[in-house]
Design a protein around this ligand. Structure first.
Ligand code: NDP
Length: 315
């Protein structure tokens, strides 16, 4: 073993609701888990304002507050929460090896991957400004749509997610304008038909976002451009939803762990097991479908229970 090498029973990578829930269960089962937070401690929820759909918070809670509480709950039972970024893994044999910040080497009996996924954004300055301000830019209609009920919103994207989210928003909002950059959808025909058949969804093909407009605090509209005619025009809106896909944070595992074509980790259906014994997955790293804090937490619980059972079977 190198000098700076440590042995742990259960290493958890990632600090969103999946990672912390795995930590709560693993620490209460005496697995002495070590959790590395990564570069965005708290994960995607820290970019969300109010979380109103997590059971047990009747008055809602802010994303950052919820993550602090989850961390405190995990630490209360002894989870060792650390700063650090996992830069490399070697899952070719037991114990599995993981490197932190390219230096420290950890040998792990079990690993729980909870590295999540990152929403893709357009990258416009105005989009990022109102995202940071919490002023009307969101990448999650299910999380934030409720705040825009009876208002007019714009959504960008034309995949299954965009269709699903546009339809979800159409049940809450006065009007949903969908900006599609090409002259066709990427979504499945049935999803496309659903948005096309919804009265309060207006679809603008060949249309791109030039700028998210606002008053310095909140979004007031979108400046859009028709790519065929070159004409620019404004769309009034209080919410700007981006649904152009997610990137699962799984690159460093792909040499060993099976993923689908978009990089989501394949779990054994109904469990958190991956193709490698002793390595488990929870949360959005394996879920392009639900992507909710509560589903991530549920799979975090599953991963800790699976890790515990795996360790018990090795004795
Ligand atoms: P996709 O990659 O399928 O679609 C992304 C969409 O965003 C495309 O229409 C793409 O346009 C558009 N887009 C990308 N970049 C930009 C940009 N810079 N400006 C404007 N538009 C942009 O991602 P999804 O999240 O929709 O879906 C991911 C996977 O999850 C898919 O396999 C999907 O089928 C699946 N899924 C299934 C669901 C279900 O079955 N219920 C629900 C949700 C997702 P373009 O087409 O021009 O590239």
């Amino acid at each position: 073993m190198a000098t700076d090498t440590e042995k742990v029973k259960c290493l958890i990578i990632g600090s969103g609701p999946a990672g912390y829930t795995a930590a709560i269960y693993a620490s209460r089962a005496n697995l002495n888990p070590v959790l590395y937070q990564g570069t965005q401690p708290g994960g995607q929820l820290t970019t969300t304002n109010d979380v109103e759909n997590f059971p047990g918070y009747p008055k809602g809670i802010t994303g950052p507050e919820m993550m602090i509480e989850l961390r405190e709950q995990a630490e209360r039972f002894g989870t060792d929460v650390r700063d650090g970024w996992i830069t490399k893994v070697d899952f070719s044999e037991q114990p599995h090896k993981v490197w932190v910040n390219g230096e420290k080497e950890i040998h792990c009996d079990t690993v729980i991957i909870s590295t999540g996924a990152s929403a893709r954004y357009l990258g416009l300055d105005s989009e990022q400004k109102y995202l940071q301000l919490g002023g009307g830019v969101s990448a999650c209609a299910v999380c934030d749509g409720f705040f825009y009920r009876n208002q007019e919103v714009v959504i960008v994207g034309a995949g299954d997610s965009a269709c699903e989210e546009a339809h979800y928003l159409s049940n809450l909002c006065e009007k949903v304008t969908m900006l599609v950059r090409r002259d066709e959808f990427r979504a499945s025909k049935i999803m496309e038909a659903r948005v096309r058949n919804t009265e309060n969804i207006e679809i603008l093909l060949n249309t791109e976002t030039v700028e998210v407009l606002g008053d310095g605090q909140v979004v007031t509209g979108v400046l859009a451009k028709n790519k065929v005619t070159g004409a620019t025009f404004q769309i009034p809106a209080t919410g700007f939803f981006v649904a152009i896909g997610h990137n699962p944070n799984t690159e460093i595992f792909r040499e060993y762990i099976d993923t689908d074509e978009t990089g989501y980790i394949k779990n054994v259906p109904g469990s958190s097991e991956t193709n490698i014994e002793g390595v488990f997955v929870s949360g959005d790293a394996a879920d392009h479908r639900y992507r909710q804090a509560v589903t991530a937490a549920g799979t975090g619980c599953m991963a800790a229970l699976d890790a515990e059972r795996y360790l018990a079977s090795q004795v």
